[in-house]
Design a protein around this ligand. Structure first.
Ligand code: SF4
Length: 933
């Protein structure tokens, strides 16, 4: 007697039907389903029905069932993915080395290995015969219209597959595909094991080798197949009836009864917000009967963040991207730090990425997290380009330099004393050494995956014992996943194979890429957030599907990454053809069981609405003969027109007044006040400045500093202009350039240093040329400092200081210049200067009249302090190698100084620093924008 096929109406719950069937059975039953989730629901139903004794079934997924057969009947054990890919690499190396091309290391071939492995699995599952493969080989020799390496793979796949299986069997290992093939060879009485009945619950597409296996069990009378839905609607279901030799049942198509709502929103976030609004009134009981389907996991975050506002009774089973957890981002940062390392020198930016990871900086290395936090902060400060420390601005750093730098260790010790308790410098050094060992140096010598496995396990153990990682479920799940990976890496041939350090790290990086973790929660209670596949066989009263765009649902691959679809079809691998039908079936099944169906899609120019929605709308229109029957509810996020907060005023308190009175002024302080009163307050009263980041890209300031220091060194004080004309000077000038550039810590480790050098050399050549054309006797001073004071109309005297880049002399008069390496102003003084500079100085007019008070102030201070006359002042434009002169007229200079006097009085009087509407133009690019309200 053969087995049987039972058909269940698609509107009925397959869970209820199965639980009912099993509870009435007195057989020893195995239940096979595509996923594990339905088992939990069936168990729950069975527990509710447990009024009469029955045999509890054993539950298997399709793969699990085959594994069980293999373990019961052979010596084979499952091979890990990494071991299988390594075996493929070795096989290709021996059998078809031409396929490796330039990918001679395992790490570089790994992605290909995975693709070949998956292709072989498809061949196994569809039981593609040797003859078919040989035919492919013949065609490949003629040449398919595919890249050469694919033709070459097709020619050799037969050989590779055979050799791969030989290697696997020698080590008693098996892959999924190989296990299926092996199971198909086993006699039918052994396939069913000791079960009286095997239930195949709601299958859809069955691979050819699966059909062979299940047919044997069916013919032995032990297989019962539950088909959910009308087979006449789906080719894959008709195929099941046909292979088991059963006639198609005559089923009446019942109408769907759900209430359909279709919503459009704009983007992921607004879809999430809409969803939140729709479920916000749901009771706990309603939530238990509700599923949110998220076909594309990239929407998961928006959905979770919105839903968690209205309930914490939800369970996510759609797979959260592991790389978003701190544990994974730390691992990625550790690998990056190794890959950018040059010997014992680490790229400072990558070092800080590891050290500032929340798990690292809060670790309790000396029993208190504030100690490591302080140390990390102090190291970051020391590496900062403006710290003045000997590690300041270092792009690359060795740990022995940090530990060996007494100043840093003492500073950490002092700072720790402030936040915690006295910790001796030796203790600090010991702690830093441990931190550097765990996160950096122990990773330097890894040469095998086995080494990596130990180092990784130790790292995870440290994180777990010394940080707060264990308190957060996401980290706990991520750690679990990594520990199981570490276990896999410990065994097999691949674990002992020696590689270059960077190859092992690259291999590991590829292995952890795209890993997903399941967020903890109860799948039986609360709202269920699922992917489409995870919803297989489940039924919910309220169904929401978000992100319904045509590329996400149905998510049909246009092409397989390695083998083109046409060749897959030629080989009889039809799963690619079935993708659309499979997803349509899951969608139809899910919605047919619902009472309230809510479909949400983004209405924008980029994405197309899912064809599943189109077809539902079309059916409704057709049934009702009404084109307007389906209404789309458009959801528009309420616009929050945030009122622009008013800029605050800042009182000039007594202390501030004293400070302002005693402050030593400079031209940049006056210019800042001219630009914006609040900017002056933030910058020069509160002394707030941006924190520069370690490893920050080379800035204009650094180039400026380099040029200033080089020119001070070459066009130096007392240099006679005649000397400039000599060859000897020229040689010395360029030699100094080479030396200063090559020894600059900022340029040393930069890959683009050669380019920066070329540009600067070109500019310095032009400067030398220009200097040779100028007429002056000698250079009087470079970067000379002067201190002076200015008396204002109110009778007050204010201190001033300046540092003049360059002072030349013709023997009688003096010329003052300021080097500008960045953009120089087109003109320094406006044509309407005298109109704007009325006696009643207005700040807005002053800044329109003159771009900066720098040169008039330099002239004023220099003349006052030296009694020498300044004939000329100008901006020395380094880029163009030319001088932009300040107008010579004395009245212009004098008016400027009068304006400065008036500004000084303004700064020192009044109740507060207030915002001026006319300064608003500077706000967009102002670094104080976010604090300035
Ligand atoms: S944000 Fe605008 S108002 Fe505030 S300090 Fe900057 S420029 Fe001035």
């Amino acid at each position: 007697m053969s087995g049987k096929i039972l058909n269940i109406d698609v509107h009925e719950s397959i869970i209820d039907f199965t639980a009912d069937y099993i509870s009435k059975s007195d057989k020893k039953t195995a239940l096979i389903s595509g996923g594990r989730r339905p088992f939990l629901f069936i168990k729950k139903k069975l527990a509710e029905k447990q009024k009469k004794a029955f045999f509890s079934p054993e539950f298997f997924t399709n793969d699990g069932f085959i594994e069980e057969i293999i373990f019961d009947n052979t010596e084979l054990i499952k091979i890990s993915d990494i071991e299988a890919t390594f075996m493929i690499f070795e096989t290709v190396k021996n059998e078809s080395p031409q396929l490796l091309k330039d990918k001679t290391s395992f790490a570089s071939f790994m992605e290909w290995s995975f693709e070949i492995l998956s292709f072989i699995e498809q061949l196994d599952l569809e039981n593609v015969s040797e003859d078919k493969l040989k035919a492919v080989k013949a065609n490949a020799e003629i040449g398919y219209d595919v890249p050469e390496n694919i033709n070459s793979l097709l020619k050799n796949i037969f050989k590779i597959r055979k050799s791969f299986y030989n290697s696997m069997e020698k080590s008693s290992k098996t892959t999924k595909g190989h296990s299926f093939l092996k199971a198909a060879e086993i006699e039918s009485n052994l396939l069913a094991g000791n079960f009286d009945e095997i239930i195949l619950m709601s299958p859809f597409y069955l691979h050819k080798v699966e059909i062979e296996i299940f047919k044997k069990i069916y013919n032995a009378g032990k297989l019962t197949v539950f088909i959910h839905g009308n087979p006449k609607k789906y080719e894959a279901l008709m195929q099941i009836y046909s292979v088991f030799g059963e006639p198609l049942p005559d089923i009446e198509n019942k109408k769907d009864e759900y209430k359909l709502n279709i919503y459009s929103a704009f983007d992921d976030q607004s879809q999430g917000a809409l969803l939140k609004n729709l479920i916000s009134g749901y009771s706990e009981n309603d939530l238990d009967k509700t599923a949110v389907i998220v076909p594309d996991s990239k929407m998961l975050q928006s959905v979770i963040s919105e839903i968690s506002i209205v309930t914490d009774r939800y369970n996510v089973s759609a797979g959260y991207p592991a790389e978003k957890t701190p544990v994974f981002s730390l691992l990625n940062a550790i690998i990056e730090a190794q890959l950018s390392r040059k010997g014992e020198y680490y790229y400072s930016k990558d070092v800080m990425k590891v050290l500032t990871n929340p798990l690292v900086k809060n670790m309790e290395f000396l029993g208190e997290s504030s100690i490591s936090r302080t140390a990390v902060y102090k190291i970051e400060e020391a590496l900062n380009q403006y710290s003045g420390n000997c590690l300041s601005g270092r792009m690359f750093v060795a740990f022995k330099e940090i530990i060996g730098e007494k100043q840093i260790i003492d500073e950490i010790s002092l700072a720790v004393n402030e936040v915690w308790e006295y910790t001796a410098p030796e203790e600090i050094m010991k702690m830093l050494k441990e931190i550097f060992d765990v996160f950096f140096t122990s990773w330097e010598k890894i040469e095998t995956l086995n080494n990596l496995s130990y180092i990784l396990s130790e790292l995870l153990e440290k994180i777990y014992s010394l940080s707060v990682a264990a308190n957060y479920s996401l980290n706990a799940e991520a750690t679990e996943l990594l520990l199981s990976l570490a276990k896999e890496l410990k065994f097999g041939e691949v674990s002992q194979a020696k590689f270059q350090n960077e190859d092992v790290l690259n291999t590991f990086k590829k292995l952890i890429k795209n890993k997903r973790i399941v967020l903890p929660g109860s799948p039986l209670k609360g709202l269920q957030i699922l992917g489409l596949l995870e919803s297989r066989n489940l039924s919910f009263e309220n169904v929401f599907i978000v992100g319904m765009i045509d590329s996400a649902i149905p998510a049909v691959k246009k092409e397989y990454s390695l083998i083109p679809k046409d060749i897959m079809y030629a080989l009889g691998i039809e799963i690619a053809k079935k993708e659309l039908e499979i997803q349509q079936y899951h969608f139809d099944r899910l919605i047919s069981g619902a009472k309230n169906l809510n479909l949400i899609y983004p209405d924008n120019d980029k994405d197309e609405r899912s064809r599943f929605i189109e077809s539902l709308i079309w059916n409704k229109q057709f049934e009702n003969k009404d084109i307007n029957i389906v209404k789309i509810n458009k959801f528009v996020l309420p616009k929050f027109l945030a009122k622009q907060p008013a800029k605050r005023k800042y009182a000039k308190t007594k202390k501030i007044r004293e400070y302002l009175k005693n402050m030593s002024y400079t031209h940049s302080k006056i210019d800042a006040y001219l630009s914006c009163k609040l900017k002056f307050y933030f910058m020069h009263v509160l002394i707030l400045d941006e924190r520069t980041k370690v490893g920050q890209e080379f800035s204009a300031v650094d180039i400026g500093n380099f040029v200033h220091s080089f020119l001070k060194d070459t066009l130096c004080e007392k240099l006679d202009s005649k000397k400039l004309q000599t060859l000897e000077f020229e040689k010395e000038y360029f030699k100094k350039f080479e030396n200063s550039f090559d020894n600059s810590p900022h340029f040393k480790f930069r890959e683009d240093a050669f380019m920066i050098k070329e540009v600067l050399l070109y500019r310095m050549k032009n400067i030398l040329h220009y200097e040779r054309l100028r007429s002056y006797k000698n250079i009087y001073g470079c970067e000379k400092k002067y201190y002076s004071n200015i008396k204002t109309a109110s009778g007050e005297t204010y201190k001033f200081n300046c540092r003049i880049d360059r002072i030349d002399t013709d023997g009688e008069n003096y010329m003052i210049f300021d080097y500008k390496t960045g953009a120089a102003p087109g003109s320094i003084v406006s044509n309407k200067y005298f109109d704007l500079m009325s006696n009643n100085f207005d700040r807005q007019n002053i800044k329109k009249a003159v771009s900066s008070m720098q040169l008039p102030l330099y002239k004023n201070i220099f003349e006052k302090e030296t009694d020498f006359a300044v004939l000329e002042c100008g901006i020395y434009d380094i880029k163009k190698a030319e001088i932009i002169k300040f107008p010579e007229r004395k009245e212009i200079y004098d008016k400027c100084i009068d304006a400065v006097r008036s500004l000084l009085d303004e700064i020192n009087t009044g109740e507060s620093f207030e915002f001026d509407e006319e300064d608003k133009v500077n706000c967009k690019t102002c670094k104080y924008f976010y604090i300035c309200t």
